[in-house]
Structures are given as C-alpha cells and as structure tokens.
Design a protein around this ligand. Structure first.
Ligand SMILES: C[S@@+](CC[C@H](N)C(=O)[O-])C[C@H]1O[C@@H](n2cnc3c(N)ncnc32)[C@H](O)[C@@H]1O
Ligand SMILES: [Zn+2]
Length: 280
C-alpha cells in the first residue's frame, strides 16, 4: 500500500468529499477532516465504536484451516468469475484473512484491491499477506467511506452485504461476486449439533435482497465431501468467539503431519453468484 493508492479509494466518512494523502501518515478532505493511517498500512474509518468483528485468534484458526487447502476449489471458482471481468479494481468486503482476495490477485496481475473488514486484525492480516492491496476498517452497515464507482468488482464471501452501498461503490455494469453456503453445508456437523443450520431459502433471500440494484449474471454450485480431523472440525465450526482458537490453529498444524489421526467425512456446499449492477 502507499498513502497515495489508499487515498484514491476513499471519501471522507463525515462530508463524503475526496480524501488526499498528507505525508507521513494522514489523509484529509477539503473541509478539514483528517484521519490517521496506521503504520501497518491501513486506515480505520468507523463512525461508531462497539462492533469488533473477528479476533486475531479466530483469524489464526481460519487461516490455518484455509491454508490446509480444504476450500481451494471454492477459491479457484471465485477467482475464475472475477478474472473473467479483467478488473483493475477489486474491493473485498468482509475480507477475513484475505484468502480469496489473494487467489484473485495472483490470477489478475493488473488489478489493485481494497480489503475491507470491521475487524482491524482481519484487515491487518490481509494487507500483510496480499500484494497490491490497501486496507480499510469500516462497517458495511454504515455509508462506506469508499468513492462512487471505485470498484470494477466487489467480492463478498460469507460476509454481510449492503445492497445500496455496493451498487454505489461498484462502477456501472460492474460485477458483485457473492458466496453463500448451501443448506447441505456441514450437514454432518449440524446433525451432531456442532454447527448452525443454513437457511433453506438463503439463495432466494440473497437474490431478492439485491434485486433493486443487481440482476443474477451467473451462479455455480460446488459441493464436496472432505475428510477432516477433530482439530480441523474445531477450527471450522469454532470460527465464532472462543478462547481456544490459537491452540486450535496449533493442533491443526500438528494434525497435518500426522497420517494416523482419525478423519471424519464432512459435506461442504457453496454457491458462487455473479450479480451485474443494474443501470439506473
Ligand atoms: C465468516 S467471515 C468471512 C471472511 C472471508 N471472506 C472468508 O471467507 O474467509 C465474515 C467476515 O465479515 C466481517 N464482518 C462482520 N460484520 C461486519 C460488518 N458489519 N462490516 C464489515 N465486516 C464485517 C468479519 O469480521 C469477518 O472477517
Ligand atoms: Zn470531510
């Protein structure tokens, strides 16, 4: 990231005018509002405090799980949809560890990205791990401090959505790529009372929730049976708040080297949507 590239994405969260870089680590608008940029290379523009998002421990568990490759085919499918647009700008909203954004940018060398999450630990991890990426801590439920039309593609993987703001931030005719779980996702774990259910009509609710601004352009279902160790299951279902995630991440790395450890079948099932922004 550079202060210049970071500021190019942004608008002032108070007056919505453009933000300009002020060396060494600040951005300011013409009305005199100013914001510090973190030394770790991202900016926090939250209007209200209190929402925290995923902790560093939760991200470590997710990173270890994703790093084992269990969702690699999903990452490839997401990357194909994004790469087919040849975007120059990608905004990942709810970026988490940056796993999907990293896959995309590897395959789209001309693109730059903005990684957005409400969790500072998530944004920090993503800008550290993914090249050509600036970082923004912001709340998707507030007006986003991102300029109109800044994104050729918005990526939104298992994360909250704001249809009106996504439509504003996406350029006309841009693509919104959304991943949601299907009802059979983690079926065995749900039957064992270890995972929450997925709403039966989640896809229909997604489509109708976006319909004012977006039309379905493509959709692809991906299902697989994966064989997971107990620690991998803990990391997978334990991505919510818990004190034990760091040890979950450590256990997971140990299991990866142990061929004798028991494994259990788990269904994974996702749907990858491309939504075209409607012209207004
Ligand atoms: C289930 S995780 C998915 C992360 C990543 N896309 C992935 O699939 O690995 C959801 C992400 O959304 C973020 N999030 C939750 N509420 C949010 C909000 N109101 N605004 C922005 N991000 C939010 C969380 O911090 C978390 O990183
Ligand atoms: Zn301002």
């Amino acid at each position: 990231m550079s202060l210049q590239t970071l500021s190019e994405w942004l608008r002032c969260p108070v007056c919505f005018s453009a933000l300009s870089p002020q060396e060494p680590l600040m951005v300011t608008c013409d009305a005199g509002h100013s914001y510090d940029v973190n030394k770790r290379g991202f900016i926090t523009l939250l209007r209200s405090r209190g929402l925290i998002g995923d902790s560093a421990e939760m991200l470590a568990a997710r990173d270890a799980f994703l790093g084992a490759g269990w969702y690699a085919s999903l990452r490839e499918a997401v990357t194909r949809v994004v790469a087919s647009e040849s975007p120059l700008t990608v905004v990942d909203i709810g970026c988490g560890t940056g796993y999907y954004l990293g896959g995309v940018l590897d395959q789209v060398p001309a693109a730059r990205a903005l990684a957005v999450d409400i969790s500072p630990a998530a944004v920090s991890r993503t800008v550290r791990n993914v090249d050509r990426t600036d970082g923004l801590v912001a709340n998707v439920w507030s007006p986003l401090p991102i300029k109109d039309g800044a994104a050729d593609v918005i990526l939104n993987v298992f994360a909250p959505r704001n249809a009106a703001e996504f439509a504003r931030v996406l350029r006309p005719d841009g693509l919104l790529v959304v991943v949601i779980p299907q009802p059979s996702h983690l079926r065995e774990l749900r039957e064992a009372g270890r995972a929450l259910g997925v709403q039966e009509d989640k896809a229909a609710v997604l489509i109708s929730g976006l319909a004012e601004y977006f039309a379905v352009h493509s959709r692809q279902q991906l299902s697989a049976e994966v064989w997971l160790t107990e620690s991998e299951i803990t990391a997978l279902v334990g991505m919510g708040p818990s004190a034990h995630h760091q040890s979950a991440a450590d256990d997971l790395r140990e299991d990866a080297d142990d061929l004798t450890v028991d494994r259990h079948p788990v269904t994974t099932s996702f749907e990858v949507f491309g939504f075209r922004r409607l012209s207004r």
